[in-house]
Design a binder for this molecule. Structure first.
Ligand code: MN
Length: 248
C-alpha cells in the first residue's frame, strides 16, 4: 500500500511532517509538496510553464522520500501519482488553519484531495484550527492515522473525498458534518508603500453562524469534523425543475 502526502503550506511546514511520519505505520509514504507556500491557490494546475520535481533531503523527512515542486498542490498530486507509483490513498495537510464551508472553493489543501478524488483515488484533506496557543500537529496526526486506516479499509464513494478539520484542543471525538454556509465579511485594508502609492490587503472574518451539524459548529465544540465532499457541482434537483420551466 502506498500513500501520497501533499499540502499547500509547503514542504517545510510542520503539519506535513507530522502527517507523513504518523502515516508510516499504515503504508509506504511519499511526500510531494510545493517548494513555497501555496495557500489559497485553490485547484490551479500549472500548464503554461515547465515544472521541476526535486528530491529534497533537507526538509527533515528522514527515510521518507520527499520531493518539492515549483507548482501548486494539485500539480504535486498529479506529478507524485505518476512519477512515484500510483497511490492507494492521497492525503493533504495538515493545514495550518481550518478549511470549512466556502473555504473549500479556494483552499489549496482541499484541492490536492480533490485532485486525488478526481483521479479515482480515495483522498482526505486535513486542517487544524490554528487559533489556539500551540499547534498540536502530532496529536492531530494520530487521529489522521485512524481516519486514513478506516478509509483504506472501507474505501470512499466515487468522486468523494473526506474534508477533516481538527479543533484547537484535545478532541472530544468525531462528528460527521455538512459544510457550513458561512461567508466572509470582506475587509479591504489600504496602506501606503514607501513611495506613497496605495496598496491593498484583502482580509476577512467569517460571519459567525454556528448551525448545529456543520463543520464550523463541530470544531467550535471541540470535535473533529469529518465532512464527505463530492466533486459533483450540479444541482440535480434544480436541473430537473429547469427542464420543465426553462423557456427563453
Ligand atoms: Mn495552507
Amino acid at each position: 500500500m502506498r500513500i501520497l502526502v501533499a499540502n499547500d503550506d509547503g514542504i517545510f511546514s510542520p503539519g506535513i511532517k507530522a502527517l507523513a511520519f504518523a502515516l508510516r505505520e499504515l503504508a509506504e509514504v511519499n511526500v510531494v509538496a510545493p517548494d513555497v507556500e501555496q495557500s489559497g491557490v485553490g485547484h490551479s494546475i500549472t500548464f503554461r510553464r515547465p515544472l521541476r520535481f526535486k528530491h529534497t533531503a533537507s526538509a527533515g523527512f528522514g527515510e521518507i522520500p520527499a520531493y518539492r515542486v515549483d507548482g501548486t498542490p494539485a500539480d504535486c498530486v498529479v506529478l507524485g501519482s505518476r512519477l512515484l507509483g500510483w497511490p492507494d490513498l492521497v492525503v493533504s495537510g495538515i493545514n495550518i488553519g481550518v478549511n470549512m464551508g466556502l473555504d473549500l472553493t479556494h483552499s489549496g489543501t482541499v484541492a490536492a484531495a480533490l485532485e486525488g478524488a478526481s483521479m479515482g483515488i480515495p483522498s482526505i484533506a486535513f486542517s487544524l484550527d490554528a487559533s489556539g496557543e500551540e499547534l498540536r500537529f502530532e496529536e492531530a496526526a494520530q487521529y489522521a492515522v485512524l481516519i486514513a486506516r478506516w478509509v483504506m479499509r472501507h474505501g470512499l464513494p466515487r468522486k468523494t473525498l473526506l474534508n477533516v478539520n481538527f479543533p484547537n484542543q484535545t478532541p472530544r471525538g468525531f462528528r460527521i458534518t455538512r459544510l457550513s454556509t458561512h461567508r466572509y465579511e470582506d475587509t479591504i485594508v489600504e496602506r501606503e508603500d514607501p513611495e506613497g502609492r496605495p496598496y491593498y490587503w484583502v482580509a476577512g472574518k467569517p460571519t459567525a453562524e454556528l448551525e448545529e451539524g456543520t463543520d464550523f459548529w463541530a470544531v467550535q465544540q471541540g470535535y473533529i469534523s469529518v465532512t464527505p465532499v463530492t466533486l459533483d457541482y450540479t444541482n440535480h434537483a434544480f436541473a430537473r425543475e429547469l427542464e420543465q420551466k426553462f423557456r427563453v
